[in-house]
Write a protein that binds this ligand. Structure first.
Ligand SMILES: [Zn+2]
Length: 271
């Protein structure tokens, strides 16, 4: 694009499509009307929708990038993905990747927790061509876990999803976007071919396939924000490797976890 050797690949990361607070805030809930407008824009701009599995093949050098690619992803598996987002995606002939939290699918929500879609809804997404990926077993910050816990979150979640969908699950997304060398090694060894991070940057053909850059779409991102991302502006191209700031933040959270055994309440970044 614009003669640049590396065209920007926007990988959009949505959470809820609705007007309901999730995790106590409306920030990650895009209103259905706005979502429809954003998907219509993607279609009008002649973008080629890809699943993360398809894009991973490009990053592995096994396929070439289609013209004007775009990726739409959803994290956390809220019921409105099947009830509200799916009909809009189908109407605009778009596909997406749904990263679900395996132990929450079909389970009664815990007190104060948001509901999840059920197994029938998951199979419905799959039947309409959406890719189902793992967003771990129970959505813990993986970079603070011991190896046995990592195995549960990464390997067992894949087995749970494959048992129900009857299809291989190739794609993983790190809860909160947090990863570390140990986390990435476990993801690779488990047989995933890609993993999505957050980064709030645009991906490109040289991106790290086990830390694919995504941009969080917020309630106020709006159609203008999506237009800027499609034009490759508004966000930098992704870097490779971890930034020092990320490492320092993890050290802080690990230290804090030694003191507080409860599930950490993490406010930044989210995913
Ligand atoms: Zn998440």
């Amino acid at each position: 694009m614009n003669g640049s050797p590396r065209a920007a690949v926007p990988v959009l990361c949505y959470h809820s499509i609705g007007d309901v607070r999730r995790d106590g805030t409306l920030r990650w809930s895009v209103s259905p009307g706005d979502f429809d407008e954003q998907m219509a824009l993607i279609r009008e701009r002649g973008r080629t929708p890809m699943t993360v599995g398809g894009y991973a093949a490009v990053l592995h050098g096994l396929a070439s990038l289609p013209p004007r690619p775009v990726l739409i992803t959803f994290d956390d598996g809220f019921p409105d993905l099947a009830e509200t987002a799916l009909p809009v995606l189908l109407r605009h002939r778009l596909t997406a990747t749904a990263y679900v939290i395996a132990a929450r699918v079909g389970a009664a929500p815990l007190p104060d927790a948001d509901p999840s879609l059920d197994w029938d809804q998951l199979r419905e997404l799959q039947a309409h061509g959406l890719e189902i990926g793992s967003h771990s077993r129970s959505h813990r910050a993986l970079d603070c876990l011991r190896p046995a816990e990592l195995h549960q979150e990464i390997v067992e979640s894949r087995q749970m999803l494959e048992a129900v969908t009857g299809t291989a699950v190739h794609s993983f997304a790190y809860p909160y976007g947090y990863h570390s060398p140990a986390v990435r090694t476990t993801v690779r060894a488990a047989g995933y071919t890609s993993a999505c991070a957050v980064k709030n940057a645009l991906s490109h053909s040289g991106d790290d396939v086990f830390a694919i850059a995504r941009v969080l779409i917020e309630r106020d991102t709006g159609v203008a924000g999506i237009e800027a991302l499609l034009q490759g502006t508004g966000r930098p191209l992704a870097w490779r490797g971890e930034r020092l700031r990320t490492r320092g933040w993890r050290a802080y959270r690990r230290a804090r976890q030694l003191v507080h055994t409860a599930r950490p309440r993490l406010s930044h970044p989210t995913s």
